[in-house]
Design a protein around this ligand. Structure first.
Ligand SMILES: C[S@@+](CC[C@H](N)C(=O)[O-])C[C@H]1O[C@@H](n2cnc3c(N)ncnc32)[C@H](O)[C@@H]1O
Length: 200
């Protein structure tokens, strides 16, 4: 992929909207390192850092440098970017079979599932709901559910209609585990939500 330098307006470089649009536009162009490949930067990086160093990669984009550094022995790299599109691309690319994406949010399944429950992710989702730290159960509460048990979901990945939140401001924890084998999306006989194969 090549950069059209003339199209780059430095005025927009700190703007998430600019980067989101740009990554969407270039989605089919694959990963891209804006500056140098790791092979060229390696002598500098290894001169100052050892593979046991913790690395914060600010503005990671969809570059492959982090992957190359992992292949070179680095174990602790945190990628961050202002563009949620870039992060989404990295997540799809980097999560290996068995890998876990953990999402902690106030968003209940009606708002989160449409985004994370898609075939392209090829993962199994389990939802846990825990009250805010310090939440006090009302006196006389008969609540007996364990927070360590996944919450049962409907076929559409929603909470059962009669599900009552213990704490109205509960935190929702989505554990999304990449599954090993790609599933046959043409097989309509299975329901991945209920069969535990994959969430759609
Ligand atoms: C020129 S690209 C470089 C991407 C990658 N580091 C590389 O070398 O290929 C700049 C990246 O910085 C991100 N960015 C811009 N402002 C940021 C900010 N305030 N915090 C985090 N990332 C930011 C953009 O979304 C974009 O992905």
């Amino acid at each position: 992929m090549f950069r059209d330098v003339s199209a780059c307006n430095t005025y927009n470089y700190g703007d998430a909207v600019y980067w989101d649009a740009r990554y969407v536009q270039e989605a089919n162009c694959g990963s891209f390192d804006w500056y140098q490949r790791y092979s060229a930067l390696r002598p500098f990086i290894r001169k100052y850092l050892s593979p046991s160093s913790r690395v914060l990669m600010v503005g990671c984009g969809n570059a492959v440098i982090s992957e190359d550094m992992v292949k070179d022995g680095f174990e602790d790299i945190m990628n961050i970017d202002i563009s949620s599109v870039a992060i989404e691309m990295m997540r799809k690319k980097l999560l290996k079979p068995g890998g876990l994406y953990m999402l902690i949010t106030y968003g209940d399944p009606t708002v989160r599932m449409p985004h994370i429950n898609q075939p392209v992710y090829n993962w199994k989702i389990e939802l846990y709901i825990i009250p805010r730290p310090g939440f006090q159960r009302p006196a006389g509460s008969t609540e007996s559910r364990s927070h360590l048990e996944p919450v049962p979901l409907t076929e559409k990945g929603l909470l059962p209609g009669d599900y009552v939140l213990e704490d109205p401001d509960s935190h929702f924890i989505y554990m999304c585990k990449k599954i090993d084998e790609p599933i046959d999306l043409s097989d309509k006989s299975t329901n991945p939500l209920t069969d535990g194969e994959m969430q759609r």
